[in-house]
Ligand binder design. Sequence first.
Ligand SMILES: [Zn+2]
Ligand SMILES: [Zn+2]
Length: 384
Amino acid sequence: MTSHDEPRADELLTSWHARQRRSRRGRTLPEPKAVRNRKGDWRHPDIHPTKAWLRATAESLDVPAIRLVQHSLAKQYPALPLDFLVWQHPPCPTEYAGLTPAPRLGVSWCSRCLAEDFATGQPAHIRHQWVMAASGFCHRHRWPLEDRCNACGSQKWRFAAPARGPLRMICGSCWQPLERAAAPTLDAEKDIRACWDQMIAFEQQLINAIKGRMPDQFRFNFTSASQLLNEVRDVCNLLTRGPLTDDYWVCKTRNIALNDFVCDAMTPGYVGRQFYSIEAVNPLTTASPVLRRCLLAAACGIIDPNPRISTALFGSEAPPAIEIFVAGVDHSVVDHFLAATGRWSPPFIQEIQTARQCRARRATLGRLKANVSALNRVFAEVQV
Ligand SMILES: [Zn+2]
Ligand SMILES: [Zn+2]
């Protein structure tokens, strides 16, 4: 058995299976499918492959089933909540069965990883990190992930086996290989790398939390892994909510708190990019890599208690991210989250309350200053 017959260390099972199908043309292999179990819960082949598929695949491809189980996402990331994966079609509850397509993961890619695979003669493959909602960057190459062809903008991709050389990932529309990095990213890289590194360090904390590991307590004091994920989920939810309206027809709007956080380093090639409102418990679940980066940058500035992070991401002119957050989001929803016992960590709750007090103090000072200047004007008029 060659090493290419086994899944790579960080490879999705479906990616490995697709590669095997390509290299064994004409040979039928059991297709990995998402199926519902008896309770009505979905079992996705990359997360919880079924025993039947594992047995049949292990037999057909002569790979021990236990090796395949070790590559499943549930095994590698034991604390992975399903909404911290990117879904093209998210798993839907049983009551909508038949109306919705089977769950399908949304794949982004790192052009640097693909270029490296090609240069070293390795087959292209889908890494676990490319389907994680908690990452907008490749941590290996410190490079933004993409989900569109840089030549034609299509989101379709496929594996292609050229006559010579390793398997490659190509655009499904224009057939260009996806190894080429986006020109605007290459142009902007030098100036914004420091911001990327801040975000990569934050994403690594989230990936560790998904693995069930305690976050760095020097950075996130008294915060458990699940509390850090709750905070990111809730902050992203609050940032993308449209304003409350009495209108029956709720339209998508750009009037959302996320657009108060401008970090052009997350959107190379675009300046001041704006986003529309999203109705989802966790908007990261279906977000494009660009939106994921912007959401995670805002969440990082808000949740990380170190004020230098907020300054590094949003500039020294901008107020602290947590103050922009409490000013821009729905207070009643924040109160609801604050009241839920153990949902957020005590230091984060304290930060929110301090930011609210600072804001209230600043508003009172503003009102006083306005009154003083109005009085001064009146006195000036009387003296005249
Ligand atoms: Zn990479
Ligand atoms: Zn294309």
